[in-house]
Design a binder for this molecule. Structure first.
Ligand SMILES: Cc1cc2nc3c(=O)[nH]c(=O)nc-3n(C[C@H](O)[C@H](O)[C@H](O)COP(=O)(O)OP(=O)(O)OC[C@H]3O[C@@H](n4cnc5c(N)ncnc54)[C@H](O)[C@@H]3O)c2cc1C
Length: 323
């Protein structure tokens, strides 16, 4: 039995921690307040909440389909039904796909996988150092913690910053570009529009998901999650912190215009900028394992832009660690 430190509680970190925890001592750390990473759920209270990262997933591989089916049977996940409106020609094929969501929020998979794993939140890994066959890890509280093995699941630019010294040159030199996304959560008065989501054909607004249609709560008002296009967010993301209100207004105005909903008072809104949302160009490698340093990396960006990509990467890493 050896000790593993896993960084990140998104699908990749939760999956690898769950697998390793069966045979090893595992501690998981995340810099965020809660779990789920880019599949986190923003709960306002018992009646209001938003999936502000992953909207839904549509399993593609046989293995992930099997995993999803098991979680639907266990009532952790469910199908998101209703009327999904596709206004974009490009993604018409997505129309047929089953849309799977968490029963309570899209971080439900991470919650399920991590229920027996020791997790520490608001714990950011700042520096790593390998000495005498041990990882000395410096966290934001100033403490140094030691582990035999280290698994990183951060978005690529963050990984590069943290572990440049230890990761093979050819791998770290890959030009992995992660697109940004600007997401706006809004609450408006009830409209009874009859749609669960919109996929737009627009330069600025990409998507709107109607949270009430996920049937997780009975809110008296309507809750929508609006997501920008990648192209627009890539241009705006660096200034988003100072232009939060302006960018939110642009996306909200677009939403009313494109859906035909009458402009109404915004009861609540929140602008969340994702600097590293997803990578649309998969690598040849599915995960990275260095058995000399006991250093592993798994993340969605190895395999593509989806939650399933992270799950595949974590399973691949687990096989490498055990081979
Ligand atoms: C706006 C948006 C919409 C999306 N929509 C969809 C969708 O509809 N369907 C779909 O399948 N996918 C979607 N995705 C992609 C999906 O969210 C990701 O593919 C998936 O969540 C990635 O999981 P991960 O575990 O690899 O990474 P992450 O979820 O990013 O997990 C990494 C974790 O590491 C933590 N971390 C990073 N650095 C440190 C550090 N130094 N110390 C401690 N912790 C650290 C982070 O806080 C984070 O929790 C979307 C993503 C975004 C941003």
């Amino acid at each position: 039995m050896s000790s593993f430190c896993v960084i990140g509680s998104g699908i990749s970190g939760a999956t690898i921690a769950n697998l390793l925890n069966k045979r090893h001592t595992v501690d998981l750390y995340d810099k965020a307040r809660g779990l789920g990473g880019r599949s986190s759920f923003k709960r306002l209270d018992n009646l209001r909440g938003f999936d502000h990262g992953t909207q839904y997933f549509s399993p593609k591989t046989t293995e992930f389909k099997r995993f999803t089916k098991k979680l639907i049977e266990k009532k952790i996940l469910k199908i998101w039904g209703g009327n999904h409106k596709f206004l974009s020609d490009k993604k018409k094929e997505n129309k047929k796909h089953t849309k799977v969501i968490g029963r309570k929020g899209n971080n439900d998979i991470s919650k399920y996988l991590l229920k027996n794993v020791r997790c520490y939140f608001q714990s950011e890994l700042k520096k790593i150092n390998f000495q005498n066959r041990k990882w000395n890890l410096v966290f934001n509280d100033g403490e140094i913690r030691n582990y035999e093995n280290l698994i990183l699941t951060c978005p690529f630019p963050q990984l590069k910053k943290l572990s440049k010294k230890y990761i093979k040159n050819s791998f770290i030199r890959e030009k992995i570009k992660m697109d940004a996304n600007i997401t706006i959560l809004i609450e408006i008065k009830k409209t009874n529009l009859g749609y669960s989501s919109f996929l737009f054909n627009d330069r600025i607004l990409g998507w709107a998901g109607y949270e009430n249609s996920k049937k997780r709560f009975k809110s008296k008002s309507d809750l929508w999650t609006l997501q920008s296009t990648f192209n627009w967010a890539n241009k705006k993301i660096n200034q988003n912190k100072v232009l939060k209100k302006t960018n939110a207004k642009i996306l909200i105005d677009k939403f009313f215009k494109l859906t035909g909903i009458k402009q109404t008072k915004i009861l609540f809104s929140l602008n969340h900028g994702w600097k590293y949302s997803s990578n649309s160009k998969p690598l040849k490698l599915k995960s990275y394992w260095n058995s000399r340093l006991n250093l592993g990396v798994c993340a969605d960006w190895f395999n593509g832009p989806r939650l399933e990509s992270g799950w595949i990467s974590a399973n691949d890493l687990y096989k490498k660690i055990n081979s």
